[in-house]
Design a protein around this ligand. Structure first.
Ligand code: PLP
Length: 229
């Protein structure tokens, strides 16, 4: 077994165990491939991984083109600038980082007619961090209504990037707040099915608190340079 296959198997075991421990359904795994070359994404895809997350539209486009033969699921998980909405809508299957009204209409308008509706998550700044993207919890409802009004978008749920608290109890509390926000939104939009939260350091905790999708980078690919090349 090569190291990527072994890491993938380890993460699957941890996902499964966290779900079993907490009596929750297992979560789906998004492999976060920012800074990773297409060759390593291909290797992980050959080991069975289908869904990949990228932070930067520009960085992702070359890899998406190079790996088109694999028909992978691409998720945009980084901040989306208005001038990148067209490329995001044309090349990704999911945008997890919708956090303001301004980008909703362009994402819908530029979604190619030949493709299914673009899957969308609302990113929530659940810990109220000044430096972070994501909407305030109070804005979720209005954004959800605006997304639901677009036939070329499909509202799937919520996403958060928790604050990197050292204290795991604080991380758990953030995940729990997100789960409550998710349930409240689901009461209005019963079709939503995705709560994306938890990364390499804390995805087991996130599953215990109701994540349906976890986003794992370094635990699969190894540590990465601070900035993309
Ligand atoms: C980088 C990143 C991840 C993965 O982080 P790891 O700690 O490497 O697992 C998940 N989500 C987002 C939004 C990221 O930017």
């Amino acid at each position: 077994m090569n190291p990527l296959e072994a890491a993938l198997e380890d993460v699957h075991t941890l996902l499964h165990n966290a779900a079993a421990r907490s009596g929750r359904p297992s979560a789906s795994l998004l492999a976060v491939s920012k800074t990773q070359p297409a060759s390593r994404i291909r290797a992980l895809a050959e080991a069975g991984q289908r869904a990949f997350g990228e932070n930067y539209v520009q960085e992702a486009l070359g890899k998406i083109a190079e790996l088109v033969d694999l028909d992978l699921d691409w998720h945009l998980i980084g901040p989306l600038q208005s001038n990148k909405c067209r490329e995001a809508a044309e090349h990704f299957g999911w945008v997890q980082s919708v956090d303001r009204a301004k980008i909703i209409e362009p994402l819908a308008r530029f979604r190619p007619a030949a493709l299914p509706a673009l899957n969308v998550l609302i990113q929530v700044n659940v810990d109220g961090e000044a430096s972070k993207s994501g909407c305030a919890p109070a804005d979720i409802e209005a954004l959800a209504a605006a997304i639901a009004a677009q036939s070329r978008l499909r509202l799937r749920g919520l996403m958060s990037i928790g604050a990197p608290y050292e204290d795991l109890a604080q991380r758990r509390a953030s995940f729990r707040r997100m789960h409550a926000l998710f349930l409240a939104l689901q009461a209005e939009h019963p079709q939503i099915d995705t709560l994306s939260m938890g990364m390499s350091e804390d995805f087991e905790l996130a599953i215990e608190e109701g994540a349906s999708m976890v986003r794992v980078g370094s635990r699969l690919f190894g540590s990465r340079p601070a900035k993309p090349v």
